[in-house]
Every structure is written in structure tokens, then in C-alpha cells.
Design a protein around this ligand. Structure first.
Ligand SMILES: Cc1cc2nc3c(=O)[nH]c(=O)nc-3n(C[C@H](O)[C@H](O)[C@H](O)COP(=O)(O)OP(=O)(O)OC[C@H]3O[C@@H](n4cnc5c(N)ncnc54)[C@H](O)[C@@H]3O)c2cc1C
Length: 392
């Protein structure tokens, strides 16, 4: 076999939150794997997205003995729901296990890179191109790719697609195998990062002008989100307009303009692909499903997928029992649909309760009643806290 043709147990495509977490769990369990990533390490180190590892994820890292090394940031104990400038603080903490943490995705990914590559000597290959996956019935999968040194091939037992919505893993599956279920909400969020911390609680602001949020992204930074039209572009949102809208939607006229950066638009949509596996290829995270960011579940669902997968691989490879692995999709999908439902609930409630122009006054009143119930009904509050913690 040439040096460009190697063997391993598992090839993971994508070194994002899910791919790096899975590789770290496998390494810890003594199972060889190779991660193939199309970007370079510096690019991945600065990519900023999610802000919270929910309680379920914290407990997962504790179970794998990695929480102390991978997680940082304060406890995520509260969130303020504000309606036309009037805030009510919802207490998230509530059950008896470890709480959710304001650990940004960037912090988690950087800690994973250090632990996996620098401490464990894990094999993560950056800057790879032209990945193709052969996953034929009754044969070991073959993954070929190119890099600066030429063409390479990896023969393995299993391939895991952790390469998000536009990757190659899902598209390598023949037409007709997967079914795509989706829902479009009909509006978008403008996202900006600012060098100014959240003062007080993280804010989800419902207003007659539309939705806005301010969420922590580390001790000195925060992310603002503003509901906007799907067709809006950066030209529609000069910085002055962004700050005026933030002041009006949050009801905080004392906010001063600071420089905004990392400005982009997120169309709000929900997507699920079923099943999440085909022969020896498994899909995890955004490669298998998307949620609108309102419920803060995307990264957390990705972490849950790879927890289930890693346990299945340990049973299959170390103990020769493939039962759990073959049930991967069946195990993940009911849980996934539960959190899809929560994300739809959050998105509809936060947006319908605001500007009635989108869905009418009837939907506005019912959404405001749902929001009220979180504070007036202990049962509704308990369930909402369970969803936020990921412990439903
Ligand atoms: C603005 C925004 C805010 C968000 N906020 C939250 C939040 O508050 N809470 C939350 O839980 N989630 C949030 N999310 C969602 C979260 O970021 C994603 O769900 C999460 O990154 C999914 O992890 P992943 O590993 O599946 O994909 P990713 O983290 O996207 O990783 C995929 C990796 O695959 C690589 N890749 C892609 N194509 C290829 C290829 N062809 N070959 C090799 N490698 C490839 C990519 O470069 C990337 O490194 C947010 C997302 C956005 C955009």
C-alpha cells in the first residue's frame, strides 16, 4: 500500500463543533480516526457562532471526563424576556445537575483543538480539497481527497459527515435515500458582533418594531440580532440604523453606538433529513438538521448526535456489538424533533408577539399569552426551563 493510501477506523469529515468533539471522544476511547477539514486551523479558531453549552452538553462532557478541560464561561442562569421595553427575568437553573454555561462555540472549538491535537496527538488534516466518499454495500468505505502534497486515500470502517449543510457527505448519498422535511419562517436575522459586554441579563426583546436580542459572546463581547426581511442586504443596514433599531426595540435609549463587525444575515428555517445514516456513513450536526438560532439548539443538538455516535462506535469497535450504531438514527430523531418543536415555539413566540404586520393581531395576542404563561404558570415555566437546559 502506498504512503498515500492509509487505513483507519473512522474518517470524520469536518472539524467543527461536532467533528472535533467526536474525534476527541474516540481518541479518549482508543479508537483511531482521521478528521478531514477544508479550512485551515486559524480560520476555525476565529469562527464565532453559538454562545451556550446547555446543561445536557455540560453533563455529557462531564461523563466523558472532559468538562474541566473543554468548558469555560459563567453559568447561564437567567434570560430576560422584554416586551416593548418592559423586562421580566426568567430563571433557567432549576434541576439538580450541572447548569448550562456561557461557553462560546469559539472557546469550545479552541479547547477541542488544543486537547485533541496538541495534547492527545489526534490526526486532523486541514486544507484538504475534493473529498469523495465511496460507501458501497458489503465493502469498507473509501475516502479520497487532495491537499498540497497530492492525492490521498483512506480506507476505513465508518465515515461520519460533520461537514454541515453545504458539505460533501450528505450529497454523496444517492438520491431517494433521504427525505428532507423543512419549514421556512419567512424572515431573517441580521447578526452583528460588538465589542461591548451584556450588562445584566441576556436579552430577548419583543417589540412592535420586531424582534431584537443581545447575547453574550465572551466577557467583553456580545452578539446583537435584529429581525429583518429575507431580501435585506448590508446596504439596507448602515451602522446608524442598526443602533437606532436596537435602542427602539430594546427600549434602552441610553445605549451608545460602538463599532459593529461580523455583520451577516441568517434566514430562519428548520430542516431535518431522515434517516441520519446510510450504510457505513453517518450524518451528525448541521449536515443532518438545521434549527433557527432562536432556541440556541444547533450546536447543542450536534453535540448530542456525536455523543450517541461515539457510544455506538465504542460498542461496535471495542466490543463487536453494532446494535447501538445501527439504531443511531432511531435514537436521535425523536429527540431532534422535540427540540425542533421547541425552536419553532421560540421563533413563533418571539416574532409573532412583536410586530403584528407579519402574522396579524390574533397571532400577536396568542404569542403574548404564551410568553405570560412562562411567568404565571409554574408548570409552563418548568417545561420552558427544561427545554432551555436540554433536559426534557
Ligand atoms: C449566527 C449563528 C448563531 C448561532 N447560535 C447558536 C446558539 O446560540 N446555540 C447553538 O446551539 N447553536 C447556534 N448556532 C448553530 C451552530 O453554530 C451550528 O449548529 C453548529 O456549528 C453545528 O456544528 P457542526 O459541527 O455540525 O457544523 P460546523 O460547526 O459548521 O462545522 C462544519 C465543518 O465542516 C467543514 N466543512 C464543510 N464542508 C466541508 C468539505 N466539503 N470538506 C471538509 N470539511 C468541510 C467546515 O469548514 C466546518 O469546519 C448558530 C449558528 C449561527 C450561524
Amino acid at each position: 500500500m502506498s504512503s498515500n493510501h492509509e487505513k483507519t477506523n473512522i474518517v470524520i469529515i469536518g472539524a467543527g463543533a461536532s467533528g472535533l468533539t467526536l474525534a476527541t471522544f474516540l481518541h479518549k476511547s482508543g479508537i483511531p480516526c482521521v478528521v478531514l477539514e477544508k479550512r485551515n486551523r486559524s480560520y476555525i479558531e476565529v469562527r464565532q457562532r453559538a454562545g451556550v453549552v446547555e446543561a445536557r452538553g455540560v453533563r455529557m462532557f462531564e461523563r466523558w471526563g472532559l468538562a474541566d478541560k473543554l468548558l469555560g464561561g459563567p453559568v447561564a442562569a437567567t434570560i430576560e424576556y422584554r416586551l416593548n421595553g418592559v423586562g421580566r427575568v426568567f430563571e433557567i437553573a432549576g434541576d439538580h445537575g450541572s447548569p448550562s454555561r456561557f461557553c462560546t462555540q469559539q472557546m469550545l472549538v479552541n479547547n477541542l483543538l488544543r486537547e485533541l491535537i496538541d495534547s492527545m496527538g489526534g490526526d486532523v488534516r486541514f486544507d484538504v480539497d475534493s473529498i469523495t466518499i465511496q460507501n458501497e454495500e458489503g465493502q469498507r468505505p473509501n475516502v479520497s481527497y487532495t491537499d498540497a502534497n497530492g492525492a490521498h486515500e483512506l480506507t476505513c470502517d465508518y465515515v461520519v459527515g460533520c461537514d454541515a449543510d453545504h458539505g460533501v457527505s450528505r450529497t454523496s448519498i444517492p438520491d431517494g435515500v433521504l427525505t428532507r422535511y423543512s419549514h421556512e419562517f419567512g424572515y431573517a436575522w441580521l447578526a452583528v458582533l460588538v465589542e461591548a459586554p451584556v450588562k445584566g441579563h441576556p436579552i430577548m426583546a419583543v417589540s412592535d418594531r420586531g424582534f431584537a436580542a443581545q447575547l453574550p459572546r465572551g466577557p467583553q463581547r456580545s452578539r446583537y440580532y435584529l429581525q429583518c426581511a429575507l431580501s435585506d442586504t448590508a446596504e439596507d443596514w448602515p451602522d446608524e440604523r442598526i443602533w437606532n433599531e436596537i435602542r427602539l426595540r430594546t427600549g434602552d435609549q441610553a445605549l451608545v453606538n460602538v463599532q459593529v463587525h461580523d455583520k451577516f444575515f441568517v434566514p430562519l428555517r428548520s430542516v431535518v433529513y431522515e434517516p441520519m445514516q446510510y450504510r457505513n456513513l453517518f450524518l451528525a450536526g448541521d449536515a443532518a438538521h438545521l434549527v433557527p438560532p432562536t432556541g440556541a439548539k444547533g450546536m447543542n443538538l450536534a453535540l448530542h448526535d456525536v455523543d450517541v455516535l461515539a457510544q455506538g462506535f465504542v460498542r461496535a469497535i471495542a466490543e463487536g456489538d453494532t446494535t447501538e450504531l445501527l439504531r443511531y438514527s432511531e435514537t436521535c430523531l425523536p429527540d431532534l424533533w422535540k427540540y425542533q418543536e421547541f425552536s419553532v415555539w421560540m421563533t413563533d413566540t418571539m416574532h409573532d408577539a412583536g410586530n403584528a404586520r407579519q402574522h396579524g393581531v390574533f397571532r400577536q395576542r396568542t404569542a403574548r399569552a404564551r410568553l405570560d404563561a412562562l411567568f404565571s404558570s409554574p408548570a409552563a415555566g418548568q417545561l420552558h426551563g427544561d427545554y432551555l437546559r436540554g433536559t426534557v
